[in-house]
Write a protein that binds this ligand. Structure first.
Ligand code: M6R
Length: 607
């Protein structure tokens, strides 16, 4: 969603701001803008559309060594130049960028209008600029503090004043802000990817905190002006990890990285002596884990699908009742929190509002909530009672791929721990580990044959609709296949349990609606084959992901992609990769913007 960047230091600000915005593009946006202070004035440039359009408008010799920038993902007001950030006060001396939603902006706006302030945009954010102006008495920090006390809702804010050169003031409530500490220069951003080209030293700003930056200093305070001592953290990943490195798209790079990222997710977490896993970050003693009677997983989108696979595994392998649920729904249904239940909040970004707010609601009710997250230092892991980082490295493409397989890996390890503490023997634990350890190589073998999937994608890209069908532990994989295809290729796709099609979706079958089946060699294989025949009998094109050696599938399906054999529990890893590749190549065939699909944001920080 929206992105924020700020700079103060000795260098020209505009190129640094635009480069920072470029790094934030992956979050999804529809307009962008910057404000740079020079010669006692603020120079504001903003434009609808992609960043190159803004770049065309910013003069080469803009001058100025401090400024703020923003990529906007519209919530209040349509996408146009005017509604883009930064927003300024009437005299153009204060500029503000804002992420989040100001819920009481209508009443604040009406009050300001009565006082004579004129609004130029339809946004909620503009109210912040006018409020600061109305409260400004020679000190930006104080005016911002007074302003945020009046705001209800979520915000990450960065503000500047023409009369206070090289000063930026930021404030956070619910929308991430991170400070980058450089040599005689300071940066501010909504996520660390915008900073890593300049510095690896960062300070995470928390809700209720305000920060004032100058090139050589930063001061963090709370809303009552009390100073807060902040720890400097270090970004552990390298700049190359957020660059394409020769790949056409981040999505391609991230799909291909999976054999490595799955390995990283299990690194140091396998206990080969006792055939179990080791997840120290859970902050739970074995005795407490033994008392767990139910596991609930909350998440959104792809992370939910990873949670659904894990829930299936937890029940079958560890024999613990487990359930994955949409975080957005759980939050508003007044969930019953039972003693001896534990919750996992699964989120790549660690910032998804639906998941975060559901987690807070659960915690208010006394639940123990653990995080399964990728982005280190993000809000969910910081607010959870413990958890596991999946260590996928930055995931830049909007469509989540490597995070999915790493989330599953972490949850598989948890299932193994729980199973070993209950009935699973050492021998079976060791066998489970062996199967899991083989997954990265099997994924690499699939990825090496991506040319076959590319041909399939070319053949079917122009179909009107798709069904993705799987059963059991592979049912969520079918859901994920459909989600991947629709989000980046804009082709309508639905995921179902293969058993379910006869209850409705089969009515959709025609020669322009291919059905893509997941056919592993497990106990449900024959049932799925029956469903394939039902589609075939109605002249629907049939594609299948099947296991090497399964010739019967080839006799029914129009096209088959074979995956290597593995243990039945490991197929979700092997089946999802061809689906990711299929979506990727279909999107390319249709000329879509693969990494930044329309209307989507990488990290969905509003409800
Ligand atoms: O960062 P999160 O894992 O919490 O994000 C959840 C969803 O927004 C995300 O998985 C979304 O569905 C992706 N676009 C899927 O590719």
């Amino acid at each position: 969603m929206c992105g924020i960047i700020g700079y103060c230091g000795p260098k020209p600000a505009a190129p640094i701001l635009i480069e920072g915005l470029k790094r934030l593009e992956y979050r999804g946006y529809d307009s962008a803008g910057i404000a740079v202070g020079a010669d006692g004035n603020l120079h504001v440039h903003k434009r609808e559309g992609k960043l190159f359009r803004l770049r065309e408008r910013v003069p080469e010799d803009l001058g100025g060594v401090w400024g703020i920038g923003h990529t906007r993902w519209a919530t209040h007001g349509e996408v146009n130049d005017l509604n883009a950030h930064p927003h300024t006060d009437a005299t153009n001396t204060i500029a503000v960028v804002h992420n989040g939603i100001i819920e009481n902006f209508t009443s604040l706006k009406e009050k300001l209008q009565e006082e004579g302030y004129t609004f130029r945009t339809e946004t909620d954010s503009e109210v912040i600029a006018h409020l600061i102006a109305s409260l400004y008495d020679g000190d930006l920090e104080t005016a911002v503090r007074q302003t945020v006390r009046l705001l209800k809702g979520t915000y990450g804010i960065l503000a500047m004043h023409a009369a206070e050169p090289n000063v930026l003031v930021g404030a956070r409530n619910g929308s991430p802000l991170v400070l980058g500490v450089g040599n005689d220069e300071m940066f501010m951003a909504s996520d660390a990817t915008a900073l890593v080209a300049h510095t690896k030293q960062v300070v995470y700003i928390e809700d209720g905190e305000l920060v004032k930056l100058t090139p050589k200093s930063y001061k963090t305070t709370d809303l009552r002006s009390r100073e807060i001592d902040k720890k400097v953290d270090f970004i552990s990943w390298e700049l190359e990890e957020i660059e394409k490195g020769g790949f056409a798209h981040f999505m391609e790079k991230e799909i291909l990285e999976q054999s490595e990222s799955i390995k990283r997710a299990m690194q140091g977490r396998l206990d080969l002596e006792y055939g179990t896993g080791h997840l120290g970050g859970l902050n739970m003693a074995n005795k407490e884990l033994l008392e767990v009677e139910r596991v609930k997983i909350i998440a959104a989108g792809t992370s939910l699908h990873a949670g659904m696979v894990a829930a299936y595994l937890l029940e079958t392998v560890a024999r613990i009742p487990a359930q994955a649920e949409l975080a957005s729904e759980l939050r508003y249904r007044n969930p019953v929190v039972e003693r001896n239940n534990i919750y996992f909040a699964v989120s790549q970004s660690g910032e998804t509002a639906d998941t975060l707010y559901a987690m807070r609601e659960l915690k208010r009710k006394g639940a123990r909530v653990l995080g399964i997250c990728n982005v280190v230092g993000s809000t969910i892991p910081r607010e959870s009672d413990g958890g596991v980082y999946i260590h996928s490295g930055p995931e830049i493409a909007v469509a989540s791929t490597k995070a999915f397989t790493s989330q599953m890996t972490a949850l598989y390890l948890f299932a193994l721990i729980m199973a070993r503490m209950r009935h699973m023997s050492l021998e079976h634990g060791l066998a489970f580990i062996k199967d899991l350890e083989q997954v990265p190589d099997l994924v690499a073998r699939i990825v090496d044959r991506r040319g076959e999937i590319e041909l399939l994608a070319k053949k079917y890209a122009h179909a009107g609709n798709f069904l993705f069908l799987g059963r059991g532990i592979n049912y969520p994989v079918a859901l994920e296949g459909a989600l991947k295809l629709k989000e980046i290729s804009y082709v309508h796709a639905e995921g179902y349990s293969a058993a379910e099609i006869k209850h409705g979706p089969i009515a959709l079958i025609n020669d322009d609606t291919p059905s893509f089946f997941v056919v592993p060699d497990n106990g449900l294989r024959d049932k799925v084959i029956t469903n394939m025949k039902e589609v075939k009998a109605r002249r629907g094109p049939v594609l299948a992901l099947a296991v090497e050696g399964d010739r019967e599938v080839a006799k029914i399906a129009d096209d088959v992609f074979y995956v290597p054999p593995t243990h039945e529990y490991m197929y979700p890893f092997l089946m999802v990769v061809p689906f990711q590749l299929f979506a990727y190549y279909t999107a390319i065939e249709l000329g879509r913007d693969v990494d930044q699909p329309r209307n989507l944001a990488k990290s969905v920080t509003v409800e």
